[in-house]
Design a protein. Structure first.
Length: 124
């Protein structure tokens, strides 16, 4: 986040990859990163947020434990971080100036049953 606030004015960049890390940012930090990238680096054509845990598919990961343990799916300090629903992330990204598209991980990936990738494009 410090880089985005301090040095993100470099207009050589056209793509951003944040793989298996976005879910560990709290909501304020996530908003800052996405908003600042959109505002300060207009050359960015896409942002890939990879391997996000899907809130709608949390039961596929936790199974019966979801009801018993009631894990906090909104805690960025948990082992898996924040579980983002696709509609939730779509609205969050839109508020930061991005349009979100989603893709599923290939089925041979061990955690594909509860994770997805998000591709953010500049909103018009």
């Amino acid at each position: 986040m410090a880089y985005v606030r301090r040095d993100a004015g470099d207009h050589r960049f056209t793509k951003v990859l944040c793989y298996d890390a976005f879910q560990y940012l709290d909501a304020d930090a996530a908003q800052t990163v996405l908003s600042e990238l959109r505002a300060r680096v207009p050359t960015i054509e896409r942002v890939v947020l990879g391997n996000l845990p899907d809130k709608e598919r949390a039961a596929l990961f936790f199974g019966d434990r979801l009801q018993q343990e009631e894990p906090d799916l909104t805690d960025p300090r948990s082992q898996i971080g924040i579980w983002w629903g696709q509609d939730e992330l779509r609205a969050f990204a839109a508020a930061c100036g991005w349009t979100a598209r989603f893709s599923q991980l290939p089925t041979h990936v061990f955690n594909a049953h509860y994770r997805y990738d998000a591709i953010l494009l500049p909103a018009d």
